[in-house]
Ligand binder design. Structure first.
Ligand SMILES: [Zn+2]
Length: 488
């Protein structure tokens, strides 16, 4: 809660009797909000003064229906039973233009065209424009909690920013809440969940999240490709992939509970999100190629996530059902394909889905606008592919890639850069030195400070500045181009 808004999560505000199925515990909740505030949730209720009394629901539905409330509030009817509920740090951030609201309407339209059915009676986007309340992204069956920076609408033209968040969380209504991995479904909150199918739950949600971002126009096609290039490059150079298979990363939420890691490039992280997406991109390209362009992963989504309209019950699934549904769309050795991607280690990321569309991951000395945008927003200088380090605030190294030139020079996280080739450190001095060293043999001389010690480090990097992007090698549209087109 801040002075202007509230994110009310019922599980933090309630006790329930242990030992019963949560879906069989009826609850009638009521909330008295600060005077003049307005509240939004998937629950419906009656208002008397500042108190809202919500309709009785089962405890699992209550917990799955959080509230965003605030004094600066705006609700937009997106049509088809969807509402965009916005709370903001200040009223001026609520100034969403009709074209921006239209993009969210197209998101709804494209999602319904994709899945073809509605596992909910209505859907409420809860959107907070805040740099005080935190950037939550949390899926629910009939709503989602979405925390974005305050300038989400007011600096729309500056780049897509977090505009893939709503498409991602909306996709979860089908993929995660309605269709739920069998080992992730539990009858109550004391039974441990298991994560073996998160590469479907999150991986395919990442996939549809970006596809729907592109189809709705929340991202341009180029912004989508540039973002995918950053993701592909990160995973393609992640050394941890040589020892840790993708499937094992589904244990990451249990092992590390999202705490920072010192060597993500070696340890890996929740790679089932983005690498899961790459696996589904490859699956889409296989379906399109084998079916002569007649089918794609859209057909899988329409079949696998088919719901009874308005029914927000849950249907669990397992690995075999995923394989069987893929085979019903397009016969292929899907079990072997998925097991290879999930259980085998490899030097390189699965990028065949791009190759089939004539896209090649290349590195050039000019960063894409999307890359620059991420650098700006994160306040870093990202030299991941230009020696293997990221410099954050206070000229401190915030990341070093395992086995990179920076790593082999002895640089590590937390060191402060003082000078480059005898000149006081600045981002420009470092990038200029990296450029000048291209093709040469003399090291870049860095003066660094680690706690109280100051010493010189020779950085042997002679490939200059390198930034990832996709280069289109084929003239014709391929599976990826077709995938990103809006559905009519
Ligand atoms: Zn997710």
């Amino acid at each position: 809660m801040t002075g202007a808004m509230l994110n009310l999560q019922w599980e933090a505000m309630s006790l329930y009797p242990a030992g019963y199925f949560t879906r069989q515990i009826p609850v009638r909740a009521s909330v008295t909000y600060p005077q003049g505030w307005r509240a939004a949730t998937a629950l419906r209720g009656t208002t008397a003064g500042d108190t809202v009394t919500y309709e009785p629901v089962s405890y699992d539905v209550l917990v799955d229906s959080p509230v965003f409330a605030g004094c600066h509030f705006r609700a937009e009817d997106l049509g088809q039973g969807f509402t965009l509920n916005i709370v903001a740090d200040d009223a001026r951030f609520l100034d969403a233009k009709p074209a921006q609201i239209d993009a969210h309407k197209r998101l709804v339209d494209q999602a319904l065209k994709l899945f073809g059915s509605r596992p909910f009676d209505h859907y409420d986007f809860l959107l907070s424009l805040s740099d005080e309340m935190g950037g939550i992204g949390l899926e629910h069956h009939r709503s989602s909690e979405n925390g974005v920076p305050p300038w989400y609408f007011t600096e729309w033209a500056s780049g897509p920013g977090r505009r893939s968040l709503l498409p991602h969380e909306l996709t979860h209504s089908w993929n995660g809440k309605y269709r739920r991995p069998a080992d992730l479904w539990t009858p109550d909150y004391k039974t441990p969940m298991r994560d073996s199918l998160l590469w479907v739950y999150e991986g395919q949600t990442q996939f549809w999240g970006y596809v729907l971002s592109a189809r709705s126009g929340l991202y341009s096609k180029q912004e989508t490709l540039d973002t995918l290039a950053m993701i592909a490059a990160t995973l393609d150079t992640r050394k941890g992939r040589t020892w840790r298979p993708l499937q094992d990363t589904t244990n990451d939420p249990i092992i590390s509970a999202r705490r920072p890691k010192p060597w993500v490039s070696w340890q890996r992280s929740e790679d089932y999100y983005n690498e899961g997406m790459l696996v589904w991109l490859e699956a889409d390209s296989i379906i399109r190629e084998k079916s002569g362009g007649k089918k794609g992963l859209d057909d899988f989504a329409r079949t696998f996530f088919a719901a009874r309209d308005g029914d927000y019950g849950q249907r669990p699934y397992d690995f075999d059902e995923v394989v069987a549904t893929l085979n019903s769309i397009q016969p292929h050795d899907w079990a072997a394909f998925l097991k290879a991607r999930l259980d085998q280690t490899s030097d390189r990321a699965p990028l065949a889905g791009f190759g089939a569309s004539g896209y090649k991951l290349v590195y050039t000395d000019e960063a894409t606008p999307s890359f620059k945008d991420v650098e700006k927003r994160n306040r870093v200088t990202d030299l991941s592919y230009s020696g293997g380090l990221v410099v954050g605030s206070g000229d401190e190294i915030s990341t070093v890639l395992w086995d990179s030139a920076a790593f082999n020079a002895g640089l590590t996280v937390g060191m402060k850069l003082l000078a480059v080739n005898g000149v006081a450190y600045s981002t420009d001095e470092l990038t200029a030195a990296i450029k000048a060293a291209k093709g040469g043999s003399a090291p870049i001389k860095l003066l660094v400070k680690a706690k109280k010690r100051i010493f010189e480090v020779d950085l042997h990097w002679h490939e200059g500045l390198r930034y990832p992007r996709f280069e289109k090698t084929a003239k014709a549209d391929g599976p990826l181009d077709k995938l990103l087109q809006p559905r009519l």
